[in-house]
Design a protein around this ligand. Structure first.
Ligand code: C2E
Ligand code: CA
Ligand code: CA
Ligand code: CA
Length: 276
């Protein structure tokens, strides 16, 4: 930063801390990162323990910053949401994930890919067109695409989001509720939201020693059954997690125990190993 000279940094105030300066830099660098191809996607498997088979993959975005190295989505997604850059970024992610999913399919791995969506996408009036464009461009069947939304996004304009979700589901796309159990009024929303899957937040898996957490998971699983929803547990890291979760009736899992997020070029090898 020192070598760049005074003028370039005139926007920075003296009293700004490290985090604020870094945020401003990232915000500025985001604009070029897409055209410079600094983003890539890692795919994390979801595993069905009942059938002992692959359930699908989640697309997780990564930014390889030329100076700072890998920046976590926890850091750059909020910035991208603030600046609106999340829109072109998500369109890229959607298309890239669909293209990858098509490659797997052609190779005989008929598994879905899920993409995380921010609220901002639902406020554009173009989401449905963009999703359709991505599918058509790569020739992927809609039933192989899943969109992950969070509870917190729905508090803005539930009717409008319900309408868009209905439309997406009519196209054959799946919808899942991410981080379930950490937001607001989760249970009331389930009645109104057209979704297919609940993803139990990692916090529940993390704390399975607690009898109250176990009671909550059990209740969620029973409720999900009645509502014809699938339940996926996130953050499964240890064998004890699996034992607890299956006892509670949850059979689809995602977490480091089964597989970390992986670059696209090692996915095929990973799948072949798992299947042999
Ligand atoms: P998420 O959607 O809840 O994704 C799960 C996060 O948990 C991922 O972090 C994943 O790497 C991590 N994880 C998976 N298994 C385990 C485990 O067993 N233990 C632990 N400790 N962690 C595990 P990641 O990749 O850093 O992503 C963080 C968040 O960034 C995501 O949380 C999601 O909210 C957001 N994100 C990532 N990609 C995108 C994207 O393309 N669009 C949007 N809007 N958000 C994204
Ligand atoms: Ca997710
Ligand atoms: Ca999650
Ligand atoms: Ca999360």
């Amino acid at each position: 930063a020192k070598s760049l000279g005074k003028n370039q940094y005139c926007v920075y105030k003296e009293e700004m801390g490290f985090h604020e300066v870094r945020k401003l830099e990232l915000e500025k660098d985001l604009q070029r990162a897409l055209e410079d191809q600094q983003f890539f996607i890692e795919y994390q498997p979801k595993w069905n323990v009942k059938t002992n088979s692959l359930w699908g993959f989640e697309a997780l975005l990564r930014w390889k910053h030329p100076r700072m190295g890998i920046v976590s989505p926890n850091e750059f997604i909020p910035i991208a949401e603030e600046t609106g850059f999340i829109i072109p970024l998500t369109r890229w992610t959607l298309e890239e994930a669909c293209r990858q999913c098509k490659v797997w399919n052609t190779a005989g791995i008929a598994q879905s890919v899920s993409v995380n969506l921010s609220t901002r996408l639902f406020q554009t009036d173009h989401l449905i067109d963009w999703v359709q464009d991505a599918l058509e461009k790569v020739g992927l069947e809609p039933c192989l695409l899943e969109l992950e939304i969070t509870e917190s996004m729905v508090i803005y304009d539930i009717q409008d989001i319900v309408r868009q979700l209905q439309c997406l589901r009519e196209m054959g796309i799946k919808v899942s509720m991410d981080d379930f159990g950490t937001g607001y009024s989760s249970i009331g929303l389930l009645d109104r939201l057209p979704i297919d899957t609940l993803k139990l937040d990692r916090l529940f898996t993390y704390d399975l020693d607690s009898p109250s957490k176990r009671a909550i998971i059990h209740a969620i699983v029973l409720m999900a059954e009645q509502l014809h929803l699938d339940v996926i547990a996130e953050g499964v890291e240890h064998e004890e997690h699996i034992a607890f979760l299956t006892q509670l009736g949850c059979f689809v899992m995602q977490g480091y125990y089964y597989g970390k997020p992986m670059k696209q070029d090692i996915i095929m090898t990973w799948v072949n190993q798992k299947q042999s």
